[in-house]
Design a binder for this molecule. Structure first.
Ligand SMILES: Cc1cc2nc3c(=O)[nH]c(=O)nc-3n(C[C@H](O)[C@H](O)[C@H](O)COP(=O)(O)OP(=O)(O)OC[C@H]3O[C@@H](n4cnc5c(N)ncnc54)[C@H](O)[C@@H]3O)c2cc1C
Length: 494
């Protein structure tokens, strides 16, 4: 049984009162909805565009404690994230895996420094450690990573972390929650809040993005999980908040595997701007990134700038024998970090704490801010705990840690849609029928990862894919023409 827009809409409209209404269908909102449904609450979630359309499809795709946060002494944050890394690896094994990383070093001193840092990371992982950190010789480093720059190389530190498919996790979370009785729907935007007689928020007016229809959804609690748009959502209710969202853009480039020639990833601990840069194998490609640029522009479609692309290429080239050039880029993608900072202090994005915050306004709007993908479940649990503490819901124990995440990606032996794309036609058909696909973009950017894996190949299958969606969903030629134009526009951002 798949998910059907009509049924979910009816549920949203007909339920007299939900326990939790979540605004935003990215990692944070889905974490809240997952935790709420695990406690047996009645849960609704509305997403303005598509699940993961915001930052949650643009991550570096690492399940990690964040080695670099150790440098800032943020030990509690690292321990929490390491525990959550384990949660995703065990409850969504079809979307996550253990990944080995090597930090190459070019002085002996660096080698010992990184070794000490990663040994600490191991110790903090405790029983959840995925593998022992090793100091490896120059020869072994080159055996593992033959394309690494040889001149001056002294050796490497090999450590272990996790990796996952961010957007597929969004989609499979939606299925998990809807299959457990939730009402989670895309193309539904929170338009404004509803209030009871004592001016407390008790729901929202939601706009169906497919028809423009407005309808009311009543709920005992309402959670704002709108990422970089959280401040805007708060402003629908009150302008009096202490928190400011500082969007910081991070960009990536996608290269073919010849630039890594390995199943292990490279972690460059210090680029020319002092950040870390990853080159990670993912599906049949390599993701290289990321950058950190404060972005004054709040947009749904951030785009990697030429400057950022050059920065990644230059820093990667510093460490590689076969150096990537512009022509080698298969795709690019950029996301905005939803960093939450107190309004008063002006901090650089690198310095703002990565830990999440849950705040509740006077009218009762619960906002979940900051955080990262890896900790999405814990962020949800913390939000619901806080709602219970405030007396908005009766106390029920969280069971989200035990929830197995639905696998919506079974493999079959049908023909591939393109020699360069790892999807076949029966998978595509299943996604269209069962996963709330409304546009070619939903399918090619988020049900599958075609656009990230190979932009050119994706453009080559576009027509056929649009025709299939039209056939299944009964759309006419005009709709198909519009989809072609809309997708060409979106593809410019990759
Ligand atoms: C470049 C980059 C790399 C990263 N890499 C990693 C990584 O490797 N590992 C990791 O753990 N974390 C990583 N992160 C962090 C992680 O991606 C984010 O913390 C997380 O995705 C944020 O999710 P979110 O749900 O808060 O925001 P979003 O995913 O942006 O979701 C918010 C949603 O709210 C919706 N919305 C807005 N307004 C409304 C409205 N009025 N009504 C309904 N819906 C609305 C939007 O459409 C959007 O889909 C990375 C972040 C960036 C930017």
């Amino acid at each position: 049984m798949g998910m059907n827009r009509k049924n979910i809409l009816e549920k949203l409209k007909n339920e007299a009162e939900f326990d939790v209404l979540v605004i935003g269908g990215g990692a944070t909102g889905l974490g809240v909805a997952l935790d709420a449904i695990s406690r047996g609450y009645r849960v609704a979630l509305v997403e303005k565009v598509d699940f993961g359309k915001g930052t949650s499809s643009k991550a570096t795709k690492l399940l990690h404690g964040g080695v670099r946060y150790l440098q800032n002494g943020d030990v509690a944050l690292v321990i929490e994230a390491l525990k959550e890394r384990e949660f995703v690896l065990t409850q969504a094994p079809h979307l996550s895996r253990i990944q080995k990383f090597v930090i190459p070093h070019y002085t002996h001193w660096q080698g010992w420094y990184y070794w000490a840092g990663l040994k600490t990371y191991d110790i903090l992982s405790g029983a959840k450690s995925l593998g022992v950190t090793r100091k490896i010789s120059k020869d072994e480093t080159l055996e593992i990573l033959p394309n690494l720059k040889q001149k001056g190389l002294k050796g490497g530190i090999e450590y272990t972390d996790g990796q996952f498919d961010d957007t597929r996790l969004c989609i499979d979370l939606v299925s998990t929650i809807n299959r457990t009785g939730g009402a989670v729907l895309n193309y539904c935007e929170l338009d404004s809040f509803l209030y009871d007689e004592s001016d407390k928020i008790n729901g929202g007016i939601v706009k169906d993005g497919m028809t423009g229809e407005l309808f009311e959804v009543r709920s005992k609690s309402v959670v704002n999980a709108t990422g970089v748009f959280a401040e805007q959502t708060m402003a629908l209710e009150s302008n009096d908040t202490d928190i400011k969202i500082v969007p910081a853009r991070g960009s990536h480039i996608v290269l073919d595997r010849s630039f890594l020639q390995s199943d292990e990833a490279i972690m460059i601990p210090k680029t020319s701007d002092g950040r870390v840069l990853f080159l990670v194998p993912w599906h049949n490609v390599v993701i290289a990134g990321t950058t950190d640029v404060v972005s004054p522009e709040l947009t749904m479609e951030p785009k990697a700038t030429d400057q950022e692309i050059n920065f990644i290429l230059d820093n990667a080239a510093e460490y590689l024998e076969k150096k990537p050039t512009r022509e080698d880029i298969l795709s690019t993608f950029a996301g905005l970090r939803p960093l939450a900072a107190p309004k008063r202090e002006g901090k650089k994005s690198k310095e703002i704490s990565r830990s999440h915050k849950v705040i509740i306004s006077n009218a009762g709007l619960v906002s979940v801010l900051g955080g990262k993908w890896t900790t999405f479940r814990k962020m949800g649990e913390d939000a619901i705990d806080k709602i219970i503490k405030k007396g908005m819901l009766p106390n029920r124990e969280s069971r989200s840690e035990e929830t197995v995440i639905y696998n919506g990606t079974p493999k079959s032996n049908d023909t591939y849609i393109h020699p360069k794309l790892p999807y076949n036609w029966s998978e595509i058909e299943k996604y269209i029928k069962e996963e709330l696909v409304e546009t070619a973009e939903d399918l090619l950017c988020r049900r599958t990862r075609c656009i990230l894996l190979h932009k050119q190949a994706t453009m080559e299958v576009l027509d056929e894919v649009i025709q299939l969606i039209a056939k299944i969903k009964d759309h006419d030629e005009v709709w198909q023409g519009k989809q072609r134009l809309a997708f060409a526009e979106v593809a410019k951002n990759y």
